[in-house]
Design a protein around this ligand. Structure first.
Ligand code: F6P
Ligand code: MN
Length: 359
């Protein structure tokens, strides 16, 4: 039954051939996989672990940390700091980049991660995940914050783990997006989903509609058309999902298509979006593009956004290519006003010709 199965290590040796720093990158991804196995074991214990629930502490974003957030973060740091593969790490849970302790050699990669995405879902036994991005740092100096601020298109590798009924690891090194399932009995990740491909078209969308009053008009336009379904512009019915755990939404999209949106909104004017660019939007966007999908802010390809700070947030619209392109078109039409019928100044709000002004 185990004969001929492709393990993560075997697959990486084949995939990384010809890529600069192949053996170090492969070894680093194996270290990430080791951390993922430990986090999977922690989350699978549920309430038996005694570590569910929020702590008093908050992370740099002001969000309540859970014990699992802190434990998953420590697991990633411990698993990946020792091997001489990394020059530094940055995490959603740490305000500043993490320097590799002096006792370990420094390598030529940077690892950026969200140790437990959707962690508020752990208490209610819904899927959570780990998201990571690998950047290059081919310089002699110790990495500074600025060294992490690379556009997503420069990522050497990216991936996520999803801790669901099965634990899966989904990765890309820029040669397609591939999924591995953890065989718990033998402790190995086995290639089960080679070359994941997102259908170009779809009838499923995911957005937190409780934020509808804060959305921009192009997002309203798209969602309203989906809700109007068969009787409207789209001529077919749409389905909606919202798990509140990005890895779970993205995993569904990689398997059967769809669109995920956490768009720009006016909820908090200081935040241009909800999701973080470096360790949420960028790695997920690379996986989506490598699976034939599209990832955008609505106005720009996500992987081209030049980061300005470590914990920067960004609007995210990703998934089936044709749907994302349609939403981008709606943003473009809104920005140049062509989505609104021309209204003569004679008939506008304050016109003498409005019936009530003639009374
Ligand atoms: O990390 C941010 C995150 O937890 C995502 O995983 C998820 O998509 C989103 O926030 C959920 O946001 P909300 O609480 O607004 O539904
Ligand atoms: Mn997250």
């Amino acid at each position: 039954m185990y004969l001929g199965r492709t393990t993560l290590s075997k697959f990486l040796i084949q995939q990384l051939e010809g890529i600069e720093g192949a053996s170090d990158l492969g070894a680093l991804l194996v270290d990430v996989a080791a951390a993922v196995k430990a986090i999977s074991a922690m989350t699978a214990k549920g309430a038996l672990s005694g570590v569910l629930g929020a702590l008093e502490s908050r992370n740099v974003q002001g969000e309540r940390q859970t014990r699992l957030d802190v434990m998953a973060n420590d697991e990633m740091l411990r698993s990946c700091e020792w091997g001489g593969l990394l020059a530094g790490m940055a995490s959603e849970e740490l305000e500043e980049p993490y320097a590799i302790p002096g006792e370990f050699a420094r390598g030529k990669f940077l690892l950026v991660f969200d140790p437990l995405d959707g962690s508020s879902n752990a208490d209610v036994n819904v899927s959570v995940g780990t998201i990571f991005s690998v950047l290059r740092h081919d310089q002699a100096h110790c990495p500074r914050t600025g060294d992490y601020l690379q556009p997503g298109r420069q990522q050497a590798a990216a991936g996520y783990a999803i801790y669901g009924p099965a634990t899966m690891l989904v990765i890309t090194v820029g040669k397609g997006t591939h999924g591995f399932t953890l065989d718990r009995e033998i402790g190995n990740f086995i290639l089960t989903h080679q070359d994941l491909t997102i259908p170009a078209d779809s009838s499923e969308f995911a957005i937190n509609t409780s934020n509808a009053r804060f959305w921009e008009p192009p997002v309203h336009r798209y969602v309203t058309e989906c809700q109007t379904g068969k009787s409207g512009e789209r001529g077919r019915d749409f389905n909606m999902r919202w798990i509140a755990s990005m890895v779970a939404e993205v995993h569904r999209i990689l398997i059967r298509g769809g669109v995920f949106m956490y768009p720009k909104d006016t909820k908090d004017p200081r935040k241009p979006g909800r999701l973080r660019l470096l360790y949420e939007a960028n790695p997920i966007s690379l996986l989506v593009e490598q699976a034939g999908g599209r990832a955008s802010t609505g106005r720009q390809r996500l992987l081209d956004v030049v980061p300005e700070s470590l914990h920067q947030r960004v609007p995210v619209i990703l998934g089936s290519r044709q749907e994302v392109e349609r939403i981008e078109r709606y943003h473009g039409e809104y920005d140049c006003g062509t989505d609104r019928p021309f209204i003569s100044p004679l008939f506008n709000e304050r016109s003498l010709f409005r019936p009530e002004s003639r009374a």
